[in-house]
Design a protein around this ligand. Sequence first.
Ligand code: SIN
Length: 533
Amino acid sequence: MKITSDFLVIGTGIAGLSYALKVADQGTVSLITKRDIDVTATQLAQGGIATVYSDEDSFADHVRDTMIAGANLPHPDIVKLVVESGPKAIADLIDWGVHFSRNQDNQYDLTREGGHSHRRILHAKDATGREIERALVEAASKHPNITLYQYHIAVDLITESKLQKKPLAQNRCLGAYILDIKKNEVYTFGAHFTVLATGGAGKVYLYTCNPDISTGDGVAIGWRAGAAVANMEFMQFHPTTLYHPQAKSFLISESVRGEGAILRRRDGYAFMPAYHHQKDLAPRDIVARAIDNEMKKYGDDCVFLDITHKSADYIRDRFPMIYRTCLDYGIDMTKEPIPVVPAAHYLCGGLQVDKNGETCIRNLFAIGEVACTGLHGANRLASNSLLEGVVFAKLAAETSLQRCSENYPPLPAIELWDSGSATDSDEEVVVAHNWDEIRRAMWNYVGIVRSDKRLHRAMSRINLIQEEIIEYYWNFHVTSDLIELRNITTVAELIVRSALLRKESRGLHYTIDYPQTNTEQPPQDTVLSGAAN
Ligand code: SIN
């Protein structure tokens, strides 16, 4: 089956939905998602969205905080662009129906997180992402030009260079092959503009607070089609996810620390002042490494987050979702500290894009966590990512619409997907086993503290698994699990290759072989050109 539309948007978090809403008045949109529309990382975002809002704050301060958190690797022009676009992006969200929390004076309530010098984070209690997703899903569902395809997963992109053997320098994206997961059929989705808004890749690691869908699909399919990736070594570990045998890495928002919570060892000692002058509100890489160090030094399984000095009424009102979830696991955060550990949270690198969100393949855009725009550098400042998603969705949409208004070449004929002589696999266990092995190797060897020896160890396992995947991929029908395994393995390889290239410690990439930051040369992005190059 072949489906053609003007815009193909893969992913239904804040970036994908914002783009779809911006372009839908001008053309048809196919909106693809692997599960139900609201199963996204956006939906799980707790803390909020950063923007300069109060009179005491300034764009210059937000830019400075982003540069410092990102260990001077963020691109100053992009940081300025995103920060200065903040108030307009918030206005768009409010227009689409998002309700942010207000204080007693009916003003928007601003919270704080690590690395921010001011209160500048708009939030909806402690479930900001859920409120944003609700409003955007509602708006997109009402739009007659948007057709939603749930339980569909992208297999690969369709490009002119593959189809017509055109040189890569003139490569253009023409859409994607998409698997209908329920019917087990691959469809050809042709489109003038293809947008990867597939989110992050936390599932590359054994422990993550990301949803199950975060398998780095966009990075992997973009890379296979020839798009470059940048800064893949910078995986952010969130310092505080709930430590409980039954909890599947539930996030305890950094805004809990923003409102005064203190990290303590088992013996009650508050350790963060020994690591950084901003104490519990130091940038995330520093807090996660401090926790990792304390746990290793004292042989503890977790540390504790203590907000019991605040009134119970305040805690229940400000953090209702976290309070209820902890209580479900038998922890009353109004009376006792919460046991926490770090877990993989946010990929700061991704497909390299320009200031319009476009990759090096024409008409292929990447927006949201899948992209490396230059905003986050070596460590993302908390709550900058929802903002980046809306801002770059708008820039990508404007670029697409501008091109639409020009005399644009029609889509060439596109071949339908051919599954050749593939058969159904009789050994699904291979996929499950490899999936587990990759994630374990990444956690053990490519985590918060790295070394060349550990990275090489991870790479040799990844290479073996890749050989098996190739064999599997060509011999058996594609399934959603196989596509995701292939993608996390590609992303794991890109993370390790990039980490091996960075001969210094900077931000989230800390290696015992090169513990210092290189201050002799200007900071450099780690760029790998796409697999098709
Ligand atoms: C949090 O609420 O701690 C997560 C916010 C973010 O990662 O930006």
